[in-house]
Design a protein. Structure first.
Length: 115
């Protein structure tokens, strides 16, 4: 069993920044072999992909966050990050980390951006 724990969410004013972390534990084995991703779900909306990072470090982003968000990983710490800058009220959602292709999700962390 794999556990994913997100942290770093909170309340921030528009234009502010937050850094989310996702730490993996349990039967994760070698963290660096997995593709990982951040998703978010706003109230009344479907969960959507925000950013993804392959085991080789290749990244891709939803158009809505390109240039503002940066996904990264630190394999030695079994941790993935999401640096979020220039936050907007539309970024308000619960953010989840996901172990791609393996069905593991974290419990989510709330991000609220006030105008």
């Amino acid at each position: 069993q794999v556990q994913l724990v997100e942290s770093g969410g909170g309340l921030v004013q528009a234009g502010g920044s937050l850094r989310l972390s996702c730490k993996a534990s349990g039967s994760i084995g070698i963290f660096g072999i997995y593709d990982m991703a951040w998703y978010r779900q706003a109230p009344g909306k479907q969960r959507e992909l925000v950013a993804a990072i392959t085991r080789g470090g290749r990244t891709n982003y939803d158009d809505s966050v390109k240039g503002r968000f940066t996904i990264s990983r630190e394999n030695a710490k079994n941790t993935m990050y999401l640096q979020m800058n220039s936050l907007k009220p539309v970024d308000t959602a619960v953010y989840y980390c996901h172990l791609e292709g393996h069905g593991y999700w974290g419990q989510g962390t709330q991000v609220t951006v006030s105008s």
